[in-house]
Design a binder for this molecule. Sequence first.
Ligand code: SAH
Length: 346
Amino acid sequence: MTDLKSQTLTELQKEMEQLGEKKFRAKQLYSWMHEKLVDDFDQMTNLPKGLLTRLKENYTLTRLVPLEVQVSKQDGTAKFLFQLPDGNVIESVLMRYHHGNSVCISSQVGCRMGCRFCASTLGGLTRGLTPSEMLEQIYQIQKWSEERVHNVVVMGTGEPLDNYETLLRFIELLSTEGGLHISQRNITVSTCGIVPKIKELAKENLQITLALSLHAPTQEKRKSLMPIASRYELSEVIEACCYYFNKTKRRITFEYSLVGGINDTREDAKELIRLLKPLNCHVNLIPVNPIKERDYVESKHQTVINFKNYLEKSGIHVTIRRELGRDIDGACGQLRKSYMDREEER
Ligand code: SAH
């Protein structure tokens, strides 16, 4: 059985031809799946009966099932636990901003990158998601909220560049006219810094925003927080980012999670300025969200403000990420982790 929601429009057109159908049927089918968001062949009322029968025999329509939804009383952020067709569970988040709704999606079941402060990686990697499983997180959330999704950030569980071909297909399906048609400029992909893949991505001719998880201003410090830094030196990562910017002319966002006493001193800020000053970039400071399995603590509020001001004074664009949904299992991978812990106790 072929996963129909993971097929591009061009592929669907070929499939239709092979089935002896008119080419325009592909557009109709695409619209049912990716614009009207139905997940049942019987709802596709303008397709001929014969075609529907053959579709049912040969194709599946991937659908995610919401198992839990936690809604923050503070800010309306909603965190979803979805079940995949094979029984695995993943999580996604809906964030409501005044400029529109943003959805944060997972790209893998678990993660093998091992970042020290992150809950998503504690159980290792199970598998990469399929394109339709990535899309379905957005589709289900749009249907649940009955509001249009404006922005998509691939910043949930998993390393998107470790699921590269799927990521590319996902971006195509999400931004194609006739589907949700989300502008690539409203799609952000966050990576821990897989250098060869960043360079490959630079050549794909995309308009997406690349976010790089930096978290430390020096190679030594970065290595202590992120095992991937042992594979790719900080200097190589920065060089890859410059390459990406030069090729795409899209400004890179550097994510920097502030960990109390570890990477939040004035000296760290100074080093960071030295590193990033020559680049055309944006820094997003994230007060670390402590997880119980590690003893990292948040930076003090004043420390975060000082760090920001220091960068700003040197002319670097910087924002502090609003901490949404702290009253629910807000941090990356925490809802899935707490669900799996609960399942184990049963
Ligand atoms: N693998 C990708 C995307 C997923 S993580 C990446 O590394 O970028 C999304 C962002 O959240 C990354 O910057 C990650 O380092 C950060 N993050 C993960 N756990 C966190 C936590 N507990 N507190 C703050 N930031 C965290």
